[in-house]
Design a protein around this ligand. Structure first.
Ligand SMILES: [Zn+2]
Length: 328
């Protein structure tokens, strides 16, 4: 039996393979887990196993069908994703129309719908109909990083597969062996990814992401010696940078966590290995309660921004409360 073309998530794949080999896959699955942990990769691999000509429970990777799936040109597997942060009812209607037509080639028609929590209310309700009266050849693979935002009625009609972050050693090994990343960088990326291989690979292959990290960490250090006006001006600029706010705040949270770890005598658990010297300096400059305070402020700011509170306001509060070095 061939191996799954996926790093990690073995138990989830085993579970999917068992359903396949028993000849009774569910008609809908909801794959949950943190962003970039591997949900789409697992969904694609499972879809490939469903249509593989050899039907062994895992994709053989060699038959014509498997190869076309890998190349993204197999007509009975379709990807649907949110556009402009929404899955619209028209997209669900297109699935319904398509689902009513027999598969062009194999036994199954697979629709992979990513970020299902982005479905508008009409789209979600329309999808519910498809889930209630499934066409026998149709299999829906839904993914979400926000299970709490998916309609409970949708969840209850799916087999839920919850993916967890991978062990850091597994991420590091995959980066070294599959992506040719050198050992030191692989260790750093694995730690920063918190077990999300997709994130680590993206950080490796997208230099912009790496540069953005350097920028936001430098910004944080600069901000702490800036006065009121400088801090507020920064908050204003960042607030206009929608997509980057959560990235910046997440990096800052990881930074303070590192400073706190050093203060608690656990430097071996640092995430920002490449900036260890700076982390050590900061651990001397701030009192532990200042660091925990900064972490609490960040958590609150992130929560408020996710709840669509005025981002500018949340960032103003955050930067104004950034600690000043206690020892200078
Ligand atoms: Zn195959």
């Amino acid at each position: 039996m061939a191996a799954w073309p996926v790093v990690g998530h073995e138990w989830a794949l085993d579970l999917l393979a068992r359903g396949l080999r028993g000849g009774r896959p569910s008609h809908a699955y909801l794959i949950t887990g943190p962003a970039q942990v591997g949900k789409t990769t697992v969904a694609r691999a499972f879809a490939q196993a469903l249509v593989c000509e050899r039907q062994t429970g895992t994709p053989c990777g060699e038959c014509k069908t498997c190869q076309r799936v890998t190349q993204g040109r197999y007509p009975d597997i379709q990807f649907i994703a949110a556009s402009k942060n929404n899955i619209q009812i028209d997209q669900v209607r297109a699935i319904q129309t398509d689902a009513a037509i027999a598969p062009l080639e194999g036994k199954h028609k697979v629709f992979i719908i990513r970020e299902i929590e982005q479905a508008t209310a009409p789209a979600a309700n329309a999808l519910l109909k498809t889930l209630e009266e499934p066409a026998p050849q149709v299999i829906l693979l839904l993914t979400t990083a926000h299970r709490d935002r998916v309609l409970p009625t949708i969840i209850s009609r799916c087999q839920v597969i919850g993916l967890r972050p991978l062990p850091l050693a597994q991420v590091q090994e995959a980066l070294q062996t599959r992506w040719g990343v050198d050992e030191e960088r692989a260790a750093l990326l694995a730690r920063l990814s918190a077990g999300r291989l997709g994130w680590a690979v993206a950080a490796h292959t997208t230099p912009e992401l790496w540069l953005a990290r350097a920028k936001y960490l430098d910004d944080l250090l600069t901000l702490m010696s800036a006065g009121h006006l400088g801090r507020l001006a920064y908050a204003e600029t960042l607030s206009r940078n929608g997509d980057e706010i959560e990235l910046a705040l997440g990096l800052w949270a990881a930074w303070w966590r590192d400073v706190l770890l050093v203060q608690r005598g656990l430097p071996q658990a640092l995430l920002n290995l490449d900036r260890k010297t700076q982390v050590l300096q900061q651990a001397d400059l701030f009192r532990p309660e200042q660091v925990t305070g900064a972490l609490t402020d960040l958590t609150q700011a992130l929560r408020r921004i996710k709840a669509n509170v005025n981002a500018r306001l949340a960032l103003d509060v955050l930067v104004l409360r950034l600690p000043k070095p206690a020892v200078l």
